[in-house]
Ligand binder design. Sequence first.
Ligand SMILES: Cc1cc2nc3c(=O)[nH]c(=O)nc-3n(C[C@H](O)[C@H](O)[C@H](O)COP(=O)(O)O)c2cc1C
Length: 165
Amino acid sequence: MANVAIIYGSTTGNTQSAAEKIQAQFGADAVLLEAATVSAADLKDYDVLILGSSTWGIGELQDDWVSVDWLDGADLNGKKVAFFGCGDQAGFGDSFVDALGILKDKLASSGASFIGAWPVDGYDFSGSTAVEGDHFVGLPLDEENQSDLTDERIAQWVEQLKGEI
Ligand SMILES: Cc1cc2nc3c(=O)[nH]c(=O)nc-3n(C[C@H](O)[C@H](O)[C@H](O)COP(=O)(O)O)c2cc1C
């Protein structure tokens, strides 16, 4: 199994809780890191990066990610990268989980290959920069409106990731 780092930023704890559940499913193969504590040099230890950010403002990255300096211009050649994060599709239906799209955009030229796309079926929103075709670029979770689906979504997504790794 590859070395996996789950790197998250979370303001009220929802994305942190999701990150912990994802880590639990990977077990000893994955470490859990807070985005604010991770430097570019730390990334070399991992083959797979699973990046989590909730969305704040109107379609903005969670605060801890705003100050992460390695996102722009990162060299992630040979690594696989996946995204997840919490949002609110009813309250912010025009910018639902935009942070996932922002993260992917920033890493577009990094050389990474992206895994973990997730179908838009089952969500009710009107706009998101995290959508490409009929998939999100990663796993959206919604504790405000669909918290009952979170554990099942995470379980399915981690199995999908294990297949793609
Ligand atoms: C002021 C404010 C702005 C928000 N903006 C968005 C948004 O643009 N898009 C979205 O999907 N969710 C938005 N949310 C919802 C949060 O992303 C959601 O509550 C999430 O679960 C927070 O996760 P965290 O605890 O990991 O930070 C916003 C919430 C608040 C309070």
